[in-house]
Design a protein around this ligand. Structure first.
Ligand code: SAH
Length: 346
């Protein structure tokens, strides 16, 4: 019976060095292999040209590299690119490249499916199959960086954890992936260019603050009225607004980093004055800005984009209270790559 080989990228650099020492080689060999695995993002042992043939065979006999494969790439009229990403066990997630004039943003997935149950989101309809491994998150970034260079002649500039899944329900792996993305031994990207988006898992927001992270935080708020929020995001019954408010205050106190609220305005749900007032009030708790996201229909009658007038009312009320708000038009709608549309139809 063949024993299952370990994914070599689950080893720390220290562990890899120890492995070589235990096998009668030099610890330094571990550094070389680590460099191939992470900064060079190589997905096979054969091409590790600065280690001997015997070493490569030995690695092959002991380990696998559980890497992703971009199965299908779709390009939108607006330049957005969506990758259907096949994992080593055949499951599929999606990631998106979003080009603007000044930046290229990668929108990456953190779970296969999602732990949460937001009624307006296509991903939520897939139950959570599993968490992504750090290497699988890292690979999505590498793939998009390569596409950015290829199609737009520039490297990736920003990363948002706004693809499939709830990043804070896969905390350790997301943090490990970000460590490697930001490390000089990985991609060396600035954490200031990374945003982790959460539906509001309060205790993990506090944990992030305690862990002294350097990236930005976005929270999918959508309503600052408990009853409404519980209705459209049922899991929030266990993550109520007072607790969220406290966690965000704690976050700001520790990190001094402004929070972005993501907010969709829907007809008959949160397009009234009471909702606007509640948001304005909530925004005063912690320094923040608001992204008003356009709704992307997901074949559900309950949710419809609010009128332009309703959005105008939000903008006016926020501006009057000195809260920065931006309207975010959707990108990549024609290829189902927009917010909330990721559900691997492929
Ligand atoms: N689970 C995390 C990461 C996903 S981010 C989070 O919720 O923040 C995806 C963003 O798109 C979230 O702000 C989500 O609320 C929003 N979204 C989901 N479905 C949408 C839809 N149909 N139209 C527009 N935005 C949507």
């Amino acid at each position: 019976m063949e024993i299952e080989k370990k994914d070599i990228r689950s080893l720390t650099k220290e562990q890899l060095r120890d492995f070589f020492m235990a096998n009668g080689d030099k610890a330094f060999r571990g550094n070389q292999v680590y460099e191939w695995l992470w900064s060079k993002a190589l997905h096979n042992f054969e091409d590790m040209t600065n280690v001997s043939k015997e070493t490569r065979v030995m690695l092959e006999n002991n380990f696998v590299i559980n890497h992703i494969k971009v199965d299908q790439m779709q390009r939108s009229e607006d330049g957005t690119v969506k990758n259907a990403v096949r994992l080593h066990d055949g499951l599929i997630v999606e990631s998106v490249l979003i080009p603007t004039e000044t930046r290229t943003t990668a929108c990456v997935s953190s779970q296969v499916g999602c732990s949460l149950d937001c009624n307006f989101c296509a991903t939520a309809r897939l139950k959570r199959m599993r968490n992504l491994e750090p290497g699988e998150i890292y690979d999505q970034v590498v793939a998009i960086d390569r596409e950015s260079r290829l199609y737009y002649n520039r490297p990736l500039s920003n990363i948002v954890f706004m693809g499939m899944g709830e990043p804070l329900m896969n905390y350790n792996n997301v943090m490990k992936a970000i460590d490697m993305i930001t490390s000089e031994e990985g991609l060396g990207m600035s954490p200031k260019r990374i945003t982790v988006s959460t539906s509001g898992v309060s205790k993990m927001i506090k944990k992030m603050a305690d862990d002294d992270v350097k990236f930005k935080l976005a929270v999918s708020l959508h309503s600052a009225i408990e009853e409404t929020r519980n209705h459209i995001m049922p899991f929030t019954k266990n993550f109520q607004l007072p607790e969220l408010k406290e966690a965000l205050q704690y976050w700001y106190q520790k990190t001094k980093s402004k929070i972005t609220y993501e907010y969709v305005v829907w007809k008959g749900i949160n397009d009234d004055k009471a909702s606007i007032d509640a948001l304005v009030k909530f925004c005063k708790y912690v320094p923040c800005k608001v992204n008003l996201i356009e709704y992307n229909p997901i074949d559900d009658g309950e949710f419809q984009q609010a009128s332009d007038e309703a959005i105008e009312n939000y903008i006016k009320a926020l501006a009057k209270n000195d809260i920065v708000a931006k309207v975010r038009r959707s990108r990549g709608k024609d290829i189902d790559a927009a917010c909330g549309q990721l559900a691997n139809k492929s």
